[in-house]
Design a protein around this ligand. Sequence first.
Ligand code: GLY
Ligand code: MN
Ligand code: MN
Length: 440
Amino acid sequence: MKLTQVDFQERRDRLAEQMGPNSIAIIATSPEVMRNADADYKFRADSSFFYLTGFAEPQAVAVIETDADGEEYIYSLFCRERNREMEIWNGYRAGVDGAVDDYEADEAYAIDLLDEEIIAKILNKEKLFYRIGQRADFDAKVSVWIKKAHDASRGFGVPTQLIQLDQILDEMRLHKSEQEIELMQIASNISAEAHTRAMQHVRPNMMEYALEAELNYVFGQNGCVPSYNSIVGGGKNGCILHYVENNQSLKDGDLVLIDAACEYECYASDITRTFPVNGRFSPEQKALYQIILDAQIAAIDAIQIGNSYREPHNIAVRIMVEGLVKLGLMQGDVDQIIESESYRQFYMHGTGHWLGMDVHDVGAYKDQHGNARLFEQGMVITVEPGLYIAPDDETVDAKWRGIGIRIEDDVVATIHGPLVLTKNVVKSVDDIEALMAQSK
Ligand code: GLY
Ligand code: MN
Ligand code: MN
């Protein structure tokens, strides 16, 4: 399943409607980034630019201009021109004809003409929408264009309002359509298959990067790339929240924490599973794991339209604190531990974030009054409680030290209740052990 220009155009229509009359919006894609010397990182279009255009080439800028009564708008795409020699070296380009024929631009220009053509477009518009602060180089360019338009019109033809375009686009992207959820379901299914393969292929003494390769195999076979750097942490490495070295050997008796997923058509998944390297949880690992799983399942249940987005976090914290006290890892009164946040010794991150085209997706977490946002249809959030007992934490019995566990699923808020996109990969102790026993 792929989005078509019908979908992208519908998004442009909605943006133009919100801009109102006599306005212009300017949206650039991401810059190309050098990795070292002549080698670039693989290009990935800017999410908001792609959201509006479906155009995946670098060096592109989209412009939307509404007319004086706000009824119609013109969509222009500035892009790389076709160039036989460059295409032989670096691949096919749509060019200005392709921008019109295949990407439904009303007008298309060579990107080299942007500085020249944009002045006439800015002139006599009342409002200029752009993504203020996204790219310093682009901010500087916009300032120059405004100055040039000011000079060209002797001061009368420049926009009187500069408006943060991200405010509109982020809100649009926060609410996912049925097609977007379908794309995220595909990304989640592929990512779930990758985690399942990792559970089936892990063996004591395997290197973490070799297990990462099993995930990458599934992503690659499906034409996908990771949506963020994969975390494959054995034993105490599971306690490092953003461990990405993945260069240690996996030990018999340890757990391995994998936080990895892919993106499909620019829509991300985000999954964490933690499982025993040898296929069987130890009593301590099982006890801690079960607390986190109970917390995660209860937190997912709280993803109901109208609930605060903080509700899953609050529920997960309470269940985990109760569990920590029961196991003797923490002492004292549950309410007091929650109030003082002393549980942060073992749980130092939030329970979820918006998910979409970006793994930490756009969208405000608070409303205009500063209150926590309530779930609405089509919002997608991760649910990822965890407990991390530092290897050198002398406040706890030695048997607990160095255990790091997180369980993460992706959930859509819907009028029918929470829709778990990532349910294809097992997570109960029994299901994990059964799956791993079958693959010995
Ligand atoms: N994988 C990044 C995160 O879970 O937030
Ligand atoms: Mn996450
Ligand atoms: Mn994650």
